[in-house]
Design a protein around this ligand. Sequence first.
Ligand SMILES: [Zn+2]
Length: 310
Amino acid sequence: MPLSAHLNTFAGNPLDRVSDRRREPEWLADQLEATGTTVLAFWNGSALVQGGESEAHLARIEPGLAVELAGGDERLLFMGLDAKGGAVFALDLEGGADPAHGLLQGRGRFANLRDLAPLLPAGDCGMAASAKAVFEWRRRHRFCSACGQPTRVAEGGWKRLCPACKVEHFPRTDPVVIMLPVRDGQCLLGRQPSWPPGRFSALAGFMEPGEAIEEACAREIGEESGLKTVAVRYHSSQPWPFPSNLMIGLIAEVAPGEARADQTELEAVRWLAREEVVRLLADGGDITLPPSMAIARQLIAFWAAGEPPG
Ligand SMILES: [Zn+2]
């Protein structure tokens, strides 16, 4: 039974994370030698996959090879147990040369998650997103932010410890509110200058410390469009591993008023009637909506389907 009616791309990691076992180094070491253990491989943020242009799946390598390539605990992440009870680890490879043309020749190809998202099964997308987000954090937090000394990995890769000042560091998740302002059967879409021609999407922005989700939503809508928010409804969320965000999807009812792009984050905003959005979702047009893998499109499609009215 799904926890949410809306399962976004990169959510739905099927593994049992058994987080309590991360604190047992001997058990983790045993798992690396157990039958049924498999390892996913990543290289500079890209995942090793097998398959073609229309369909792919995460490739698995044997733990013995992964341990050899990892050269220690630093590049290994214990991800959890699969449905059969087999341990799943992830391996972080770095460097300039593509390992698929070297040590992992014949095991698959490395591809980035944006390109893979439409090709992978949902569970593979979820696992890849988890591993990528942790590895991106690891690469950015090799030194203690409190005292500047090198940190070392702990708890199967889910924590870093500073041997000098004893501070513990945990993987970051940076929350982003992403919302569709609506009023009287219309929704407001915005356009960032860097986007491809014709692309319009929902509004979005990073939450700030000390803000509730609803407050961040209202502030961002105010800053980017000048509109006042009167009600906020939660829709769904999406892990977004570029590098480690959590998109919090909302439908925001706004008060009457003129919408104006702030010309900093947005160069244009546009009200669209529900019928127009339905047509764009089905057939396209002069406006390009975001792709299916983006929670923004799911918000737009949900509202366009007429539930809830707004
Ligand atoms: Zn320190």
